[in-house]
Design a protein around this ligand. Structure first.
Ligand SMILES: Nc1ncnc2c1ncn2[C@@H]1O[C@H](COP(=O)(O)OP(=O)(O)OP(=O)(O)O)[C@@H](O)[C@H]1O
Length: 251
């Protein structure tokens, strides 16, 4: 598989505290990569590094290299707005804007200068279809996004991210606030989306990582302990610490 993201010797500090230690790994294109590990091991920090969301946290210092499609993103010259268009993100809690369903999805395209109604209508429909939400909302696109269920709101947030045509979708525990049926819908959706997008997901749920991902990365104390294809990592882990974690001995 081709690597879309190449991370090399990445160190990240929050003030004096080193949260990521010499991380080197590749993220393959058009596949699902899962980050697992106990609380506080650095999963979300690495995820946020991939679209420079850590820039928003005061006192953060980062060293090392992250290349996306061959382009270094850890440089002062990087256009961060453009990077976040290419690398979209969905969070733990659904966070639709207090606007209509339509306007949530049209927001990004409008920001990037698309104002033609017909073009926006097409983009909204395409994004909602890709997020497996169209059939449920097509007859009330003008209703408030805050009035739909949590699971639908999360799929709306996925549609909003897809509307600006990203290459990468980052998902930070994006199903942990949802009921089992909504979770399953998003897991099925991720299976579809990986045909077109590179997906990186943080999950606390090892069963989810096993069900959904192609590659799994196990983190501990800011380090990558093991990185393998998901089946191998869960069936024959090569590091004792991975084995202890996936068999529930800690974390
Ligand atoms: N804004 C911050 N300022 C200072 N320290 C932070 C900040 N964010 C995270 N940390 C610390 O960095 C370490 C890694 O945190 P991170 O949130 O990346 O872990 P995680 O594996 O995603 O955890 P969880 O599974 O609980 O979300 C933790 O020790 C955390 O306390």
């Amino acid at each position: 598989m081709t690597a879309l993201i190449e991370i090399e010797n990445l160190d990240l500090y929050y003030g004096d505290f080193q949260a990521l230690k010499s991380i080197s790994m590749d993220v393959p294109e058009k596949a699902v990569t899962a980050f697992i590990g106990p609380s506080g091991c650095g999963k979300s920090t690495l995820l946020r590094s991939l679209n420079r969301m850590n820039d928003l946290i005061a006192g953060t210092r980062i060293e090392g290299s992250i290349k996306i499609a061959g382009e270094e993103i850890n440089t002062s010259g990087m256009d961060v707005e453009h990077l976040r268009k290419r690398v979209g993100m969905v969070f733990q809690q659904p966070n639709p804007f207090p606007k209509s369903i339509y306007e949530n999805v049209a927001y990004g395209p409008r920001l990037y200068g698309i104002n033609q109604r017909k073009k926006l209508d097409e983009l909204v429909e395409k994004s909602l279809r890709s997020a497996a939400l169209w059939d449920e909302v097509k007859d009330h696109l003008k209703r408030s996004a805050l009035g739909i269920s949590g699971g639908q709101q999360q799929r709306l947030c996925i549609a909003r991210a897809l509307a600006v045509n990203p290459d990468v979708l980052l998902m930070d525990e994006s199903t942990s606030a949802l009921d089992p049926i909504s979770t399953l819908k998003i897991e099925e959706l991720v299976q579809e989306l990986k045909n077109e997008y590179t997906i990186v997901m943080v999950t606390h749920n090892m069963h989810q990582a096993a069900r959904v991902s192609n590659q799994t990365v196990f983190f501990l104390n800011g380090e990558v302990v093991e990185y393998a294809d998901t089946e191998t990592l869960f069936s024959t882990p090569s590091d004792r610490r991975t084995e202890d974690y996936i068999s529930g001995r800690f974390g």
